[in-house]
Design a protein around this ligand. Structure first.
Ligand code: PHE
Length: 341
């Protein structure tokens, strides 16, 4: 039997075929029901047990060799059927690999941060889960202030020292005042949470960048200049700003900042609702009560703070009409920014 197998192996080795039909004949001759390899497997059943191991091994080798040879002959035919020069069309464009892009919110955040970084502001970050003191108490919110209300804030636990999700990144400014040496010049980016109904213009989760500058002799004129320079870097060198009086518990005086509409250049369009102005941030001089609550002598130091929503800045920059697009991760929306980014 061993001899038969070896003879067959040698035969298989030298097999040649030029047509598919010939290969099929070879297959039937070797591996078909009555094929020579199949027959050897039948004979194998009657082999003496002490030879089974040795013969079994070479028999398997034979089977592998037979089907390997058939595959080899088949691929040789396939190759020869195509003229060598048409096998690959080197003039065809390649398949583009689709790679992901950066999210427009991340891009806008980094742009805002790099502008302030140029002005000397350093990055500060803090926790999203906060306590009442860092979000409200240290920022001069009176105990009965409505922002603490269940309507606005997501509380994780109630009681004496409630745990809550921060509603603004001003909490990071408090943490900076606690541990940084003066002067302080920081920007605080991050996610914030408010118990709001989700619509085209509001979401219960959004992103902010807030800034804080405390030093001796910091004035409202410095604040105006910082805001103007930021607006020009972000929206174009001919951007104008205007400040409207406003109110925040932690700043006095406070203002709302508008930038001239970058679409119609101030002449009035549907983005700016015909006014020529777009609201971009809140700001003000840090209230002396806030400085004192955080251990800073308000007779020596003054400061200003500002805060903006990243979604809003990105909406204005790219004329996105619905804030919800930023959170839905619809690939068609995100792809629109691949070229911008
Ligand atoms: N913390 C304010 C908000 O979340 C923004 C702000 C920051 C306003 C600093 C004034 C000064 O709306």
């Amino acid at each position: 039997m061993k001899e038969k197998i070896e003879k067959l192996l040698a035969e298989i080795e030298g097999l040649k075929a030029s047509k598919e039909q010939e290969i099929e004949e070879i297959r039937v001759r070797l591996l078909g029901k009555k094929g020579s390899v199949t027959r050897l497997f039948d004979e194998f059943r009657d082999i003496l047990p002490e030879h089974k191991r040795e013969i079994g091994q070479i028999l398997n080798k034979l089977k592998v060799a037979a089907s390997g040879k058939i595959d080899e002959l088949r691929s040789l035919i396939e190759e020869s059927e195509q003229p060598a020069d048409s096998k690959y069309d080197l003039t065809k464009p390649g398949d583009m690999i689709s790679i992901g892009g950066r999210h427009p919110i991340s891009v806008t955040r980094d742009e805002i941060l790099s502008i302030f970084n140029k002005f000397g502001y350093i990055l500060a970050e803090g926790p999203e889960i906060e306590d009442d003191w860092h979000v409200f108490g240290a920022l001069n919110f009176p105990p009965e202030h409505p922002a603490r209300d269940m309507q606005d804030t997501f509380f994780i636990s109630n009681g004496e020292n409630p745990v809550l999700l921060r509603t603004h990144t001003s909490s990071v400014q408090v943490r900076a005042m606690e541990k940084m040496k003066l002067p302080i010049r920081i920007v605080c980016p991050g996610r914030v949470f408010r118990n709001e109904a989700i619509s085209a213009r509001a979401h219960c989760i959004f992103h902010q960048v807030e800034g804080l500058y405390i030093d001796k002799k910091v004035s409202f004129a410095d604040l105006k200049q910082a805001v103007l320079l930021f607006a020009r870097e972000m929206f174009g060198e001919d951007a104008q700003i205007r400040l409207r009086p406003s109110y925040f518990p932690f700043t006095e005086p406070s203002a709302e900042v508008d930038v001239s509409c970058n679409i119609c250049k101030g002449t009035g369009c549907n983005i700016c609702k015909g006014t020529g102005w777009l609201e971009i941030m809140g700001c003000g001089m840090v209230d002396p009560n806030v400085l004192e609550a955080n251990g800073i002598d308000s007779t020596i130091y003054t400061g200003f703070a500002f805060g903006m929503g990243i979604e809003r800045i990105a909406m204005l920059k790219w004329q996105v009409k619905d804030l919800r697009h930023y959170f839905e991760n619809d690939i068609r929306f995100l792809k629109e920014f691949e070229t911008v980014i």
